[in-house]
Design a protein around this ligand. Structure first.
Ligand SMILES: [Zn+2]
Length: 365
């Protein structure tokens, strides 16, 4: 796989700079493949150059553990104090999605990382909504927001967030999630179970991080206790054959982020990444960026990296894209529309069925 290059956060150009580096025909086909991104953190979309008051060099720091990484997220998110900054970040998400052929994005945000907005979570979500609406208008990329709880936060804070979510029903927020360091938090399924049940009863969708810093037990808790519709990561399920069979039988999708896992040392290398073993065992998987501004990842780049590492052909890449669309939290009509676009793209041997054709990459070679 390519060594990920941290993406510069110059507000005017982050979308262009996040373009896939490979300009070959295979990369163009992959970038034109209609898909969704379902594992993307707002916290991982803050331009690195904003950290340290905006005078930074744009280079992302080197982190080798999830703990270091989460510490960095807190420092970078603390720089975001104005609504215009949030709007910019949100709009840039849709611009990057467009370049990767991601027609819909589910954006996870975790209020515990944004200290400036602690007392104005409503204003925080409104700013994101405005940026995502502008991005949809400009790039045709639809989006939804997932409010995420932090595994290690005080229990009363989690309850307060769910109370707020269900009372206010803020715009574009369609799902409840949980993330954070599972190794540090220990088993928390029982603690979050009633909150997920309340969200589900109120009509919200659900997803949960598990099987990254936790083993198969964390994945089992997310499926059985939280009844999460999607598992973010989930890759360490591979250590338990019965669980793998269960995930395949249930059809529970795993939102896998291969480069993130390599960068944070969850797996030693792309070649050793379990996503291919899980897929081959019948588990539904999608591939995603996790934190594009910090890992230098693009959705199309992740598809390409997997194709290179595992020999995925167009049929398999099409399956991955189908899972991403089927498992995204867009409304049913939008999912049907995107599945139709995917079918047309796959039926065209040249792979040029999209109206505008694949994104032009000429000149970036
Ligand atoms: Zn994640």
């Amino acid at each position: 796989m390519r060594t990920p290059e941290p993406v510069s956060g110059d507000p005017g150009t982050d979308a262009q700079r996040a373009a896939p580096a490979d300009t070959g025909a295979a990369a163009r086909w992959t970038a034109g493949l209609p898909k969704a991104e379902v594992h993307l953190h707002l916290e991982g979309c803050v331009p690195p150059s904003w950290v340290g008051g905006g005078s930074g060099t744009g280079a992302a720091p080197a982190f080798t553990t999830l703990g270091e990484f989460l510490g960095h997220l807190d420092r970078s998110c603390a720089q975001v104090t104005r609504g215009e900054q949030l709007q910019h970040i949100a709009q840039a998400i849709t611009a990057r999605a467009r370049e990767s052929g991601a027609e819909h994005v589910d954006v996870i945000f975790n209020p515990s990382h944004w200290p400036a907005w602690k007392r104005d979570l409503g204003g925080f979500v409104r700013a994101l909504d405005a940026g995502l609406a502008a991005g949809e208008e400009e790039h045709g990329v639809t989006s939804a927001l997932c409010l995420s709880l932090l595994r290690t936060q005080p229990p009363e804070d989690s309850v307060g967030l769910v109370d707020w979510l269900l009372e206010k029903r803020p715009p574009r927020v369609v799902a409840l999630s949980v993330d954070g360091n599972e190794a540090a938090a220990g088993p928390t399924g029982e603690r979050f179970r009633p909150l997920f049940a309340r969200a589900r009863a109120a009509g919200l969708r659900t997803c949960a991080h598990a099987g990254e810093s936790s083993g198969p037990d964390g994945v089992r808790d997310a499926v059985e206790l939280l009844a999460a519709e999607r598992i973010d990561h989930g890759i360490r399920a591979v250590e338990d054959a019965a669980l793998v069979a269960d995930l395949a039988a249930r059809g529970t999708p795993l939102d896998v982020c291969p480069t993130s896992n390599v960068r944070l040392g969850v797996v030693p290398s792309m070649a050793a990444h379990p996503v291919e073993r899980l897929r081959a065992a019948g588990v539904r998987v999608s591939v995603n960026t996790d934190d594009p501004q910090l890992f230098g990842t693009t959705v199309a780049g992740e598809y390409g990296a997997c194709a290179a590492a595992f020999g995925w052909d167009r049929r398999i890449l099409g399956e991955i894209a189908r899972t991403s669309i089927e498992s995204c939290f867009a409304p049913p009509d939008r999912r049907r529309e995107l599945l139709g676009a995917l079918d047309r793209y796959l039926a065209d041997p040249g792979g040029t069925a999209l109206e505008d054709g694949p994104p032009a990459q000429e000149g970036s070679r």
